[in-house]
Write a protein that binds this ligand. Structure first.
Ligand code: IMP
Length: 441
């Protein structure tokens, strides 16, 4: 399988970091193809927590890592992450980290605009991560953005930075915000350019050569399918393509290299979302929300890695998952956090779990995808989830398990419903945060 594509099937935070780390064992290169520091991928290796926002999750394994063409890169954040890894003794030299010359650069003024614009939307705010993602992709599309390859000529780059900050300042002033110092930022960015210049490469060529040589590239998705700019619940989406199809343009790898690829959808056993936007299966029972969210600061707790916001939680939504499977072409699903959707005490919490297996619109049950109107993803409030009530499982019945046959009947039935409705088999089940906490068939 020369290219293995790992994408989130929901609203991000499905546990892709752990899955990438796991699959990286059989990969030669790990590459990110889109998004920026809005992502937050966590891995726990030998008890050590690694959080990355930009660097691919393969780095702790010592694999070569590519930041691909489709990314928008916050240089300050990147250098911070590199310094953190270096302090842990992990090689962060240009031998292991390659940055596409075509990737775009995020400036402080992109971040200021992101925050100011979302605030100006008032009640319609998207609740962005404030990392400058939307404004940077807008500049890319309107052809005034800055690319990594510009750093190869630091003086020219510095001038371009200053021009773009001045352009952003005009809008920041209109929005009632303080202007930023264009000269100071351009001086700083010239320094960053000097630090990063050796990392900038033709990563498309590098990846295609590795694939021709027979190597396996692991393409690490960011965010999730329901946040995709085209296929997500627009406008409550991110500004990049998050689906598997984006691998070709986001890494500069032609379709011929992808013919034998394998697409892995990462699915959380329940559902979470940060920021605004419809969430039909959202749970409002405070005790249950607290239970599923976990305790802030503890491994696996449902608080944003990037913004620290508490995540909204809800029941697994299979019609949305079936749609995600179609957009991506999943070959298999890896189910995460089966241990978190498990009963841990004598209370009635999670005695039963709910599973949304269909939607009603008014009195009509929508049973085939063709019955959903074209605007359904953005008008989810008009649809009522139809739930199956299934008997739950206890944490001690799943924690420590390694083989599918050892899982309780209740969880195996839950998994069989996923296959029945999405048509995609579940190949692995994560039952804890550690690298080894994984159940295979
Ligand atoms: P942006 O990507 O910062 O523009 O944010 C747009 C929406 O996507 C907001 O609702 C964010 O909370 C959400 N979002 C962006 N990145 C992630 C992620 O990695 N995980 C979960 N939600 C995300």
């Amino acid at each position: 399988m020369p290219v293995v594509i790992v994408v989130g099937a929901q609203w991000g935070d499905e546990g892709k970091g752990k899955v990438v780390d796991l699959l990286a064992e059989r990969a030669d290169v790990v590459a990110r193809f889109g998004g920026g520091a809005n992502a937050g991928h966590t891995t726990y290796i030998n008890g050590v927590e690694h959080i990355t926002h930009l660097l691919p999750s393969g780095l702790p394994r010592g694999l070569p890592c590519v930041l691909g063409d489709g990314m928008v890169i916050d240089l300050e954040q990147l250098l911070k992450e590199m310094a953190e890894f270096a302090a842990k003794g992990i090689d962060v030299s240009p031998k292991l980290i390659m940055i596409s010359g075509e990737a775009h650069i995020i400036l402080p003024s992109h971040k200021a605009l992101d925050v100011a614009r979302d605030k100006a939307k008032g009640a319609n705010a998207i609740g962005t991560t404030g990392r400058g993602i939307g404004p940077a992709y807008e500049d890319k599309a309107s052809r005034c953005g800055l690319r990594m390859e510009m750093m190869l000529s630091p003086l020219f780059f510095g001038r371009k930075v200053s021009e773009l900050v001045s352009l952003h300042n005009a809008e920041l002033e209109m929005l009632g915000c303080k202007k930023l110092d264009a000269n100071e930022i351009s001086d700083q960015y010239e320094k960053y350019a000097n630090q990063l210049v050796d990392y900038i490469q033709n990563t498309s060529l590098y990846l295609c050569q590795r694939l021709e040589y027979g190597n396996t590239v692991l393409a690490e998705g960011a965010q999730g399918t329901l946040l995709d700019i085209d296929h997500g619940g627009y406008p409550f989406v991110t500004s990049s393509s998050t689906v598997a199809g984006a691998v070709s343009s986001g890494l500069g790898v032609g379709l011929n290299y992808l013919r034998t690829s394998r697409v892995v959808g990462v699915v959380k056993a329940f559902q979470t979302r940060v920021g605004g936007g419809p969430f039909p299966t959202e749970i409002h029972d405070e005790a249950l929300v607290r239970k599923l969210r976990g305790v802030e600061g503890e491994p696996g707790a449902e608080f944003g890695r990037t913004t620290k916001r508490p995540r909204r939680v809800g029941w697994l939504d299979l019609p949305l998952l079936r749609t995600a499977a179609r957009f991506n072409g999943f070959d298999e699903i890896i189910l995460t956090k089966a241990d978190a959707l498990a009963k841990t005490d004598d209370s009635s919490l999670l005695e039963f779990v709910e599973l949304c297996s269909a939607y009603n619109r008014g009195k009509k049950r929508l049973s085939s995808e063709a019955e959903f109107p074209i605007d359904w993803m953005s008008n989810l409030k008009d649809y009522t989830p139809y739930y199956e009530y299934l008997k739950g499982w206890r944490a001690d019945e799943v924690c420590g398990k390694r083989h599918f046959d050892d899982l309780p009947e209740t969880l195996r039935f839950y998994i069989s419903r996923i296959k029945a409705i999405t048509g995609v088999p579940v190949s692995m089940v994560s039952v804890g945060v550690g690298r080894d906490d994984i159940v295979t068939r």
